[in-house]
Design a protein around this ligand. Sequence first.
Ligand code: UDP
Ligand code: MG
Length: 323
Amino acid sequence: MKKLISVVVPAYNEEEVIELFHSRMSEVFEQLSNYNCEMIFVNDGSTDKTQFLMNQLANRDDRVSTVNLSRNFGKEAAMSAGLDVAKGDAVAIFDADLQDQPELLLAFVDKWEEGFDVAYAKRTHRDGESWLKKFTASIFYKLMLKISRVNIPQDTGDCRLMSRRVVDALISLREHHRFMKGLFAWVGFPSVAVEYRRDSRAAGVTKFNYWKLWNFALEGITSFTIAPLKIASYLGFIVALTAFLFGIFIILKTLFLGDVVRGYPTLMVTVLFIGGIQLFFIGVLGEYIGRVFGETKARPLYLIAEHKISRIASTANEVGDEK
Ligand code: UDP
Ligand code: MG
């Protein structure tokens, strides 16, 4: 019996690239004729024709499964949805925009057959991305390496192939604040990097702006944002900074013009400074409490509006069930 390989593709407003992706990936599937292969497109609440195009592909290709989420849940949730429904003996994740070349799958499968549980793509170059994005990304990975106990490989995205046992391990982690790169690292298992040159987007625009990336980084370090608590931390920081500048001002003023009420300048500076620092750290505390709040609600990670399983996966599954 042929092994089944599932390729999960999260897609959010990707109407320009989805067919291109499908044809490039189909060519790769041709070369993997010893396996049953399927693509699982996860529509993450797109507002364009992505869903329509996905359904069209599913109608004409037995190897296409579709999952339609009820709204936009974000890439992490979309990937989780794909992993949850994937039946493959190995499951791969690829971006819809062709930045992770579909041809990488061949190298991944080779590594998997060699006995590695995880083969991940490590980029040596990134085309079409600004220096600021590359710079901030590199700082983030260095920071993560320093402050977290899980070892997240540098210059690695979500593009990877995982064996069944790794996927099962990931599925068992249901935390709401999902930082997938961290979770991938947390489960462990023998892993190997496959180096590649990251292409620029085939078409369309990135769905991640700097603010999203900043939040993504926060999620990685602690987890999500609770806006009002965050305002407290920023406010605290600003007050502390202002107090510092104000302090310098008062000190200089006192030195040159003398002070009217004795002790007033130091008192003022101290009160403001301590107040600022306190607010700042209440904000930091709040970040954590907010995450606890998020987890206790135990809401589902995503909601599926519609799920169509590919013919190839359902038949492979039936045969699997019989034995
Ligand atoms: N994506 C998603 N949900 C989102 C944002 C992005 O499923 O809310 C998908 C998107 O369609 C793409 C992948 O995640 O397949 C990576 O997104 P993008 O290319 O915009 O990110 P970048 O490559 O710029 O980091
Ligand atoms: Mg991209």
